[in-house]
Design a protein around this ligand. Structure first.
Ligand code: F6P
Length: 750
């Protein structure tokens, strides 16, 4: 309404301006018309009397001339007249002739010069503004043959013109005022009507009942904008770094503290039977666990995982549940029991002989077996059932992790149509051509598209996924929103680069750097002035461990000064050893290490130390802190959290990271020495540079990388995903789509 009033005020001012301009123009035009009219009348009057005037034009005939002028002045517009002789003396004038218009004065305009020819005499006219009203003077030469006799002066009264002008002005003002009133009334009426209509349509739309499709795009934009502003504002309100507390608050504020359910193959705590008969707790070597475990400690909830430890059953309750972390219980691990056949087909077979090599460019051929696929489907169903058993509402938040569960999002949605399913893919996504070699490519894509949000480490991987969908599935790609739309339901594809808790608890609890160095050096039998390189990985062919040892070999070839002084220690956690390719890898790695040691070592000095065993985080961090350089040489890696762990471990701001360009981390940790691990000259040169780098440069690089991880930590990773999920839920609630979905018995409609 306020807007309408403002509009009307502006309209009135505008119209007043227009009225003023119009009246000025009209005045000028009517004045022109009147002047033309009197000029015409004067010319006619004099030319009509010309003959009479010329034949009596002399001082002797003044009386006669007076009568003729009086006759002419009878014209309604002519007020008075005068006759002036050629020598500019007055012959006669009528009674009302005004003072001040003498023959001499006017003659100066009519007769230019005394000896000028007759043709030079000209009619002269001018309007004078006098107190009693305007007068218009016309002085017309009287010429007999070619001899000018003098001139006639006619005085016209123009006060009638002024009267007419003011009447016209009043009329115009009135007309415009009426016009303004009419326009304002129409405007207010139409604004009220359309506002009421728009309001009604908005309400209908928000209730999901609008039949006006043309409103939908604009309303969607408005809603998005509002969502974004609210999110930004609410997220900013907290400000500062992301911490467990902030993540908890985000969960409370955006999701009303709802319980989070995680589905991941690997469990965060494995209970194993020890040789002495007791039970040990193992922290698995897994980037997924490293990242997600602190998030679960902050959020609580339930982590559903394969119970693979030898003492897992006996430590869990009858439903496979156990509270963790041991001694500081804050969330639940729900273990799913798999048979040997299921584990073989789903985990070793389809996940790690099929999807793993399919998604990594690392010289391993994917193997797809029908039996594996069947187990993969069945196990995904088992986990979807476990989700239903664990949730405490019909619209839970479920975080599905990794390539082991590509089918689970769709299965969960079929069971819980109102769930918000976020799937995070921890490994790279191949280009569509490579992905196309999988016989069940459509099933995999369709399964994943059951998720509300699909997260990848990088936009590049997300784009590859969208490209695969575009190629193999009937779906609309909404590139603006970065979403895949099927039957009106969207799956948003987003990059969420994963990270670490910050500060990292293992770094906080580690001994001082000097102590770590002393103990590691002692363990390895190294002299105090030795230079130490470290690598920490699951023994996986994608990690480039062979290439790493080859780079060490090349370093010692090219830079003899490091022989006898540089040692590279590899902490290698055995992984997927039931798979032939991993067994080969074990042998290859051992063989290369042995060769390098033989070439450059002696009885006392070993350039490569391969420690093939599972190492618990305190040991791993001790090695990180002891090293001069950490070399991460992955041939293809979604993110690689070892690189971030090394940086997190170095609170002394020393040590150099040499990092493969084929990791997601290389896009973030740009202060590392980035190398192509296949290029042994480049990699060995980078190792040499790292080992000779000044303390100052090390500090500068390490400080920048630490600042980056501190800001972009894992709480932020989880927080951004949960905030996005909350936005979707709010949007779904607003549009009433969830209730629609329920109303049709779980069918997804929009
Ligand atoms: O890197 C992919 C990944 O699934 C990670 O998420 C995890 O760190 C690693 O593989 C562990 O593999 P697995 O559970 O087979 O030992």
């Amino acid at each position: 309404m306020r807007r309408a009033i403002r509009f009307v005020v502006a309209l009135v001012i505008g119209l007043a301006l227009v009225t003023w301009v119009a009246s000025v123009l009209v005045n000028r035009t009517t004045r022109d018309w009147f002047e033309k009219d009197v000029n015409l009348r004067a010319d006619l009057a004099v030319s009509g009397a010309r003959h009479t005037l010329t034949s009596h034009w002399s001082a002797a005939e003044r009386a006669y001339l007076f009568d003729r002028l009086t006759e002419i002045a009878h014209d309604e517009r002519i007020m008075a007249g005068a006759a002036c002789a050629a020598d500019l003396t007055l012959l006669t004038k009528t009674k009302d002739y005004p003072e001040g218009f003498s023959c001499r004065e006017l003659g100066a305009h009519v007769r230019p010069a005394t000896d000028s020819p007759a043709s030079a005499w000209k009619t002269w006219r001018k309007t004078y503004e006098l107190p009693g009203g305007d007068v218009h003077i016309t002085a017309i030469p009287v010429v007999d043959e070619k001899t000018p006799l003098g001139f006639v002066v006619l005085v016209h009264d123009l006060s009638f013109a002024a009267r007419r002008e003011s009447t016209t002005q009043r009329f115009i003002l009135l007309a415009f005022a009426l016009l303004a009133l009419g326009a304002s009334a129409v405007t207010i009426l139409s604004v009220r009507l359309s506002w009421r209509g728009w309001n009604r349509d908005l309400q209908l739309f928000l209730r999901g009942q609008s039949r006006r499709p043309e409103f939908q795009p604009i309303l969607r934009d408005v809603r998005d904008l509002v969502d974004r502003i609210v999110d930004e504002k609410e997220t900013d309100r907290e400000g500062g770094p992301w911490t467990p507390e902030r993540l908890k608050q985000t969960l409370n504020r955006f999701l009303r503290g709802e319980k989070v359910v995680v589905v991941a193959n690997r469990e965060p705590y494995i209970h194993d039977r020890a040789r002495d008969g007791g039970v040990t707790v193992v922290h698995p070597a897994s980037g997924l666990v490293t990242a997600l475990e602190p998030v679960m400690r902050a959020c609580s909830g339930t982590w559903i995982a394969h119970g693979g430890g030898s003492a897992d059953r006996e430590t869990a309750d009858a439903n496979g549940r156990i509270r963790v972390p041991p001694g500081d219980e804050s969330y639940i691990v729900r273990r799913v029991w798999l048979t040997k056949e299921e584990e073989q087909g789903y985990y070793y077979g389809f996940s790690n002989e099929g999807l793993w090599p399919l998604c990594h460019i690392a010289d391993a051929r994917p193997t797809f077996r029908n039996d594996d696929w069947k187990h993969y489907q069945a196990v995904n169903e088992r986990f979807a059932d476990a989700v239903v058993a664990e949730v405490d509402s019909d619209d839970p938040i479920v975080l599905v992790q990794d390539y082991h569960f590509a089918l689970a999002p769709r299965m969960i949605r079929e069971r819980l149509p109102r769930a918000t399913v976020i799937m995070f893919w921890h490994i790279p996504w191949p280009n569509s051509q490579r992905f196309g070699i999988c016989p069940w490519r459509k099933d995999l894509l369709d399964g994943m598209l059951g998720a509300s949000i699909l997260g990848f480490h990088t936009r590049f991987d997300g784009n590859n996924f969208v490209e695969s969908v575009d190629r193999f599935i009937e779906a609309r790609i909404d590139r603006e929103e970065s979403a895949v739309v099927q039957q009106g339901r969207s799956t948003f594809v987003r990059p969420y680069p994963i990270s670490l808790e910050w500060p990292t608890r293992w770094a906080k609890t580690s001994p001082a750097v000097d102590d770590c160095r002393a103990s590691v050096f002692q363990e390895l039998g190294l002299p105090a002035d030795a230079l130490l390189g470290v690598g920490v990985d699951r023994l996986d062919y994608t990690k480039g461990v062979e290439e790493r040892f080859l780079a060490v070999e090349r370093l010692l070839e090219r830079f003899p000064a490091f022989r006898g002084r540089f040692t590279f220690v590899q902490l290698a956690a055995p992984s997927r050893t039931a798979i032939e390719r991993y067994r080969q890898l074990n042998e290859n790695v051992e063989r290369v290490a042995a060769r390098v040691n033989e070439r450059f070592g002696d009885g006392r000095y070993r350039p490569v130390v391969l420690m093939r065993a599972h190492h618990e985080p305190p040991t791993v961090f001790r090695f990180y802190r002891a090293a001069n350089v950490c070399y991460v040489s992955s041939l293809h890696d979604g993110m690689n959290l070892v690189s971030k762990e090394f940086v997190a471990a170095r609170d002394d701001e020393r040590g150099v990271l040499v990092l493969s360009q084929f990791t997601g981390a290389a896009r973030e940790l740009t202060e590392a020495l980035i190398v192509n691990p296949y290029d042994l000259d480049e990699a060995s040169a980078a190792l040499a540079t790292a080992l000779q780098m000044s303390a100052e440069e090390q500090r500068e690089r390490m400080r920048a990388m630490r600042a980056f991880i501190a800001e972009f930590n894992v709480y932020r990773w989880a927080g951004r995903m949960l905030v996005d999920a909350a936005r979707l839920r709010r949007r779904d609630r607003l549009t009433g789509r969830l209730s629609d979905a329920l109303a049709v018995g779980g069918e997804q409609v929009r």
